[in-house]
Design a protein around this ligand. Sequence first.
Ligand SMILES: NC(=O)c1ccc[n+]([C@@H]2O[C@H](COP(=O)([O-])OP(=O)(O)OC[C@H]3O[C@@H](n4cnc5c(N)ncnc54)[C@H](OP(=O)(O)O)[C@@H]3O)[C@@H](O)[C@H]2O)c1
Length: 255
Amino acid sequence: MDGYAGRKCVIVGGTHGMGLAVARRLVDGGAEVIVTGRNPENVAKAAQTLGRRAHAVAADITRMADIEALAEAVNKTFGAADFVFANAGIGIFELFEAVNEATYDRYFATNAKGIFFAAQRLAPLVRNGGSFVFTTVTPGNASPGLAVYAGTKAAVKAFARTMAVELLPRDIRVNMVAPGFIDTPTLGIADATPEERAEIHAIGDAATPMKRHGTPDEVASAVLFLAFDATFTTGVELPVDGGISQMDAPMGTEA
Ligand SMILES: NC(=O)c1ccc[n+]([C@@H]2O[C@H](COP(=O)([O-])OP(=O)(O)OC[C@H]3O[C@@H](n4cnc5c(N)ncnc54)[C@H](OP(=O)(O)O)[C@@H]3O)[C@@H](O)[C@H]2O)c1
């Protein structure tokens, strides 16, 4: 399968989970990818796993200097890119009353400010006719403990929709994928203990109408559809969430 042969793609946050799944599908389809992440060991390991068409760039998007260096590396390696997946993000469960300034700043620094400036600095390197996909979160009902996280993703949605308008003259499409509960190594909550992860997993399976978690590969299918196939679609947020944003979970069928 060489459906992506010749494509040059940047995966911001591509070292594990759904970012790595997208990178894997692209490389298997013949594309060349740059995978980034905060932890240099994870980045090197991901690129090695992906093979010779993958390049590793360690860049912590909470640091402007790292974002500038990433843009320089993309320019040097690719010249122009066809697709950017702006996926990096960290999650937290913290009740509204427990949030302090440090946690608020930490999550906004990565999910909102970091993603914004990474997209801004990479946009000039995306060729006319290329595309962006941002990762938000399922637009389901409000959940306890997610005020800050949901706020960061609402910001990402606003950035993406505005970019979609501003990049129209360059024929660059900007869309969003909105995952529900997805079975990644972190489940999107990097600091969770194994016990907390097991609890989140059970809650996710019970709350999801399809009664299971999604796989990173199911998210990758939606991302690649938006990136390359959805040529008359821009500014949309596509839920990949087992129905959680559209319907109640059936009663009496707890997972
Ligand atoms: N899993 C879910 O159920 C779920 C649900 C809804 C939305 N999401 C969203 O989907 C996206 C991916 O989630 P996932 O579960 O696949 O996450 P993941 O496996 O934890 O991967 C997150 C990626 O982002 C990178 N990253 C984190 N902080 C970064 C920083 N400061 N600078 C650069 N890269 C950074 C990580 O790199 P390092 O390993 O090097 O830190 C990693 O490559 C996130 O935006 C998340 O909020 C996830």
